[in-house]
Design a binder for this molecule. Structure first.
Ligand SMILES: Nc1ncnc2c1ncn2[C@@H]1O[C@H](COP(=O)(O)OP(=O)(O)O)[C@@H](O)[C@H]1O
Ligand SMILES: [Mg+2]
Length: 336
């Protein structure tokens, strides 16, 4: 695993939409939040969400994720700044903005003694939508809740209650769905199910914004990732680009005989010796290396030839690519 710190310029943090792109489904500008306690939870956030994407807002506990989505959804007032939801200002045009949004909250807040069916149906009514039992039925079926429709919430498992929260959020047919830590504390199987549900929703055209402190969730699900730390968005990037640009690769060679030092013939390579000279490590930037048709890095085959020419024999070799987790840890560490 690479220990190198990726070079990230702060100026890249808010680069999102380019000139040719369609208008964002959510546009957040200069958004700030200071709680009554005086605590500054958000510091001038600029963020655009693209129509139809899965956007993961990734950050440690206390970073400001829930505050940010609560402001976008109109549950918490901002101290400064502006939010447009599909062109509607979420303060001056609150009802239109809110109708576009479904929110699956972090905490379970539903009435424990109500049935699944009534809970979800009632939620639709809250948005002034006409009753539509066939829509509610579709939603419950898609979340495997249909068999439980007459159960009271209190009779359901934690995982089923979470599904009810999603069903509630979908009852009024929103175009945008926020999921605040959807899989925190749920078992692996349910997490997989939730991911599947989210993918199906995206396929049906819904824009998804999920917050998470699980790197693997962002890595698995997102089209784009925004990293938030201490109330600041420190980076927004396509997941693929993030992985490619920041992913360091490391080639490790276990030598047949230990070396006292790297031979001069190889001194132009970024090589280091480890484990008393018995391991040779080559660290490189996976993105900057020219690749051949087969996808292998040209410089690696050259390196291996040069190593052989220098009379070094190895027993074993392997490569490792740094995960989003390494990138995240480096980013957050860098800014403390
Ligand atoms: N009502 C509040 N009053 C004062 N501070 C708050 C309030 N709500 C949240 N905070 C603080 O704001 C910061 C961000 O919280 P939150 O948005 O819940 O973070 P996250 O969802 O990323 O864990 C935390 O330090 C939290 O303690
Ligand atoms: Mg939170």
């Amino acid at each position: 695993m690479s220990q190198q710190t990726p070079a990230i310029s702060p100026s890249s943090a808010s680069q999102t939409a380019q000139g040719t792109e369609p208008s964002p489904v959510i546009a957040v500008s200069a958004l700030a939040k200071r709680y009554d306690s005086g605590f500054e939870a958000l510091k001038r956030i600029d963020l655009d969400i693209r129509r139809g994407e899965i956007f993961a807002l990734l950050g440690p506990n206390g970073a400001g994720k829930t505050t940010l989505i609560s402001i976008i959804c109109g549950l918490v007032n901002a101290t400064a700044g502006k939010v447009l939801v599909d062109g509607h200002d979420n303060v001056t045009d609150y009802r239109a903005a809110r109708a576009k949004i479904g929110l699956v909250p972090q905490e379970l807040t539903s009435d424990a003694f109500e049935t699944v069916w009534n809970t979800v149906r009632f939620s639709r009514g809250l948005f002034g939508k006409r009753p539509d039992n066939s829509h509610i039925e579709r939603v419950l079926k898609s979340l495997s809740l249909w068999e439980k429709r007459s159960n009271k919430l209190i009779q359901l498992s934690g995982g089923m209650k979470r599904r009810v929260l999603i069903a509630k959020a979908l009852a009024h047919e929103p175009q945008i769905l926020f999921l605040d830590e959807p899989t925190a504390g749920v078992d692996v199987e349910l997490r997989r199910d939730m991911w599947e549900v989210v993918r199906e929703l995206r396929a049906s055209g819904v824009t998804i914004i999920l917050t998470t402190h699980y790197i693997e969730e962002a890595e698995e699900m997102a089209d784009r990732i925004g990293v938030i730390n201490r109330g600041e968005i420190v980076l927004v990037k396509e997941k693929r680009e993030l992985m490619r640009q920041l992913g360091r690769k490391q080639l490790t060679l276990h030598l047949q005989k230990p070396l006292a030092s790297v031979p001069p013939a190889l001194s132009h390579y970024p090589l280091t010796l480890a484990e008393d000279g018995s391991v040779l490590i080559y660290t490189y930037d996976a993105a900057s290396e020219p690749a051949t048709d087969s996808g292998e890095h040209v410089s690696i085959s050259k390196l291996l030839n040069d190593i052989e020419d220098a009379g070094i024999r190895f027993k074993d070799l392997h490569t490792e690519q740094s995960s989003l987790e390494d990138i995240f840890v480096n980013l957050v560490r860098e800014r403390q």
